[in-house]
Write a protein that binds this ligand. Structure first.
Ligand code: NAP
Ligand code: ZN
Ligand code: ZN
Length: 350
């Protein structure tokens, strides 16, 4: 065991504060990473504030981790000391269920081990995430990061990136399709970039008219302001796919009206309450509402390689760890363009 430092939250109603804890030593299959940058996902906020009613405290959030490999176990094959590496939402899974065998560890039938707010497999030891100086993870759950990319803008790819890339790939988004990305936050802005890179005609669907100014820079061909009913009516029945990233319960029915027949809206926002879906919203047009969780480790590496090939990274605002509580408040107010990333070098001053 060694001593690690980070920021933790101790209850749903208290702020993140400096925290010391222990991590396991580097095992034969493990990689020890010095964390350089850690993104702030809306899921961090949901879990810190116990929105999902499953919080385990003390909690060190952070599952968009980029860093430098500082030690490798004797059996590690993919990494050497000095490589750049990324860790996302999972650090382990059972590895033998049908999902794990199909490289879909996020759907592990025994439950994946989450990077934080979880317990290490077979033990009561809590997992602690990326708002910290170092992390030890088995190499299957670590991806290689190209040194050619801007590292601070890479961190959000580990969650916001894969969570949008995976459904766009699963529902075969590509040229000739009109695709809408709903909600322009951390996930949504990556969804726009990926949908464009995959060749679709991309519509940014937002409640914030002002974000439309960024539309073409992010890759959108059009902007649809969802609170404008005339604009919504003009786009009715015209979309081939919708990716919905809204983080709070909302009325799904107006969005379903945007889909063509036989098409799907995939939810990635983790909604704990939502208004009922009217039968007519899916029956007339044989439409579907689906969901998607992050992506498996093979697909996460594929997404990283796709980003390196297409020069895709996140639009980030860098904050020191000391400003993390303020960043949470701004995230709640929808005031981020488009992802906060903590520069972990700031931890030394904490
Ligand atoms: P975020 O940065 O806060 O962005 C969410 C966006 O949704 C906002 O920027 C806003 O966009 C829109 N929005 C917010 N409140 C709204 C409301 N009341 N009505 C309509 N639109 C609203 O959040 P994020 O980090 O992208 O995360 C989004 C959700 O995905 C969260 O629930 C998070 O937990 C979840 N998530 C899921 C997975 C998964 O595997 N499925 C992975 C990561 C995150 P506009 O201003 O453009 O309207
Ligand atoms: Zn996340
Ligand atoms: Zn499994």
């Amino acid at each position: 065991m060694f001593q690690a430092r980070g920021y933790a939250v101790h209850s749903a109603t208290t702020p993140l504060v400096p925290f010391s804890f222990t991590r396991r030593d580097t095992g034969a299959h493990d990689v020890r990473i010095e964390i350089l940058y850690s993104g702030i996902c809306h899921s961090d906020l949901h879990q810190a504030r116990d929105d999902w009613r499953n919080a385990l405290y003390p909690m060190v959030p952070g599952h968009e981790i980029v860093g430098r490999v500082v030690e490798v176990g004797s059996s590690v094959q993919k990494f050497k000391v000095g490589d750049y590496a990324g860790v996302g939402c999972m650090v382990d899974s059972c590895r033998h269920c049908s999902a794990c065998r199909e490289n879909l560890e996020q759907y592990c039938e025994e439950g994946a081990t989450w990077t934080y707010n979880g317990k290490e497999r077979g033990s009561d030891q809590l997992t602690f995430g990326g708002y910290s100086d170092q992390i030890v993870v088995e190499e299957r759950f670590v991806v290689k990061v190209s040194a050619d990319l801007d590292l601070k803008a890479v961190a959000p790819l580990l969650c916001a990136g894969i969570t949008t890339y995976s459904p766009l790939r699963h529902w075969n988004v590509g040229p000739g399709q009109k695709v809408g990305v709903i909600g322009l936050g951390g996930l949504g802005h990556m969804g726009v970039k990926f949908a464009k890179a995959l060749g679709a005609h991309v519509v940014m669907i937002t409640t914030s008219r002002a974000k439309g100014q960024d539309a073409s820079r992010l890759g959108a061909d059009e902007v649809l302001v969802s609170t404008d009913s005339a604009d919504m009516a003009a786009h009715a029945g015209s979309f081939d796919f919708l990716l919905n990233t809204i983080p709070v319960g909302h009325d799904l029915n107006p969005y379903m009206a945007l889909l063509k027949r036989d098409r799907t809206m995939a939810l990635v926002g983790v909604l704990t309450d939502t208004e009922p879906l009217a039968g007519v919203s899916v029956i007339f047009g044989r439409k579907a509402v689906a969901g998607s969780a992050i992506g498996g480790m093979v697909e996460t590496q594929e997404m990283m390689d796709f980003c390196a090939e297409h020069g895709i990274v996140s639009d980030v605002e860098i904050v020191p760890i000391q400003a993390v509580n303020e960043a949470y408040e701004r995230l709640l107010k929808n005031d981020v363009k488009y992802r906060f990333v903590i520069d972990m070098a700031s931890l030394a001053a904490a």
